[in-house]
Design a protein around this ligand. Sequence first.
Ligand SMILES: [Zn+2]
Length: 262
Amino acid sequence: MEHKKEAALIFLPLAANGKPQHLGSEKTGCPFCEYAEEENILKREEDMLWVLNKYQTLQDTFQTIIIEHADHNKDISTYTVEENRNLFTFAIDCWAKTKKDPQFKSVLFYKNHGPLSGGSLKHPHMQIVGLKEIDGEAQIEPENFEGITVLSENNVVINFSSMPVMGFLEINIIVDSQTPEPTHCLADYVQKTVNYVLNAYHHGRCESYNLFFFEEEGKYIVKLIPRFIVSPYFVGYKLTQNFSEEHLLLLREEFLKSLLEK
Ligand SMILES: [Zn+2]
């Protein structure tokens, strides 16, 4: 067995004291609806806030949160095109600032949405996490962003992974950073793809997804993963599952149809 080794992230149980642990815990009030910790605000623009996470639960990291919108119940799929573009511009700028900080070996930028996504609050937010000791992307290979082309237009490629990280379906949205307004372009295509995943994919029964943001050689890449219960094949054996090429081609038709409906 050959492995690329990277140490595990160390979770600090004491730092998690008082942290909301699941989506139901919000009944006692949502800390992001009227954000009150002025001292933790790193940046503000209209409704959007970049804040230090009060619960620094991972050792040797800098955990921050983007509060996307004042409205607790909104999401990328329900923002106006303009709201969504503003969010992407704001968040990508915060990510870039963190990446410029030499104390971090790598910086993760991702989003949880829905009960099976790993998030503990419903209020729409994203996470930017600087890792001081670990290359958080060490396990990710260029092949994880390649696959069956679904769409290719305006310097944007969308594909379904042939070699997903976890599976099943992983949708890669790849935008050339030389494109005029690449962050707006990325925002628009991610919004369309989120719409597909929440409204058409799996007969509209998928309610959770993650976004993972990457930047490589002149490209922005967002990997969108619809989330379901994680398979024991992955949990126990790191065995990735994918759909057959035949099924991916059917999903491609469904996806393209959903783009036309919007
Ligand atoms: Zn809220």
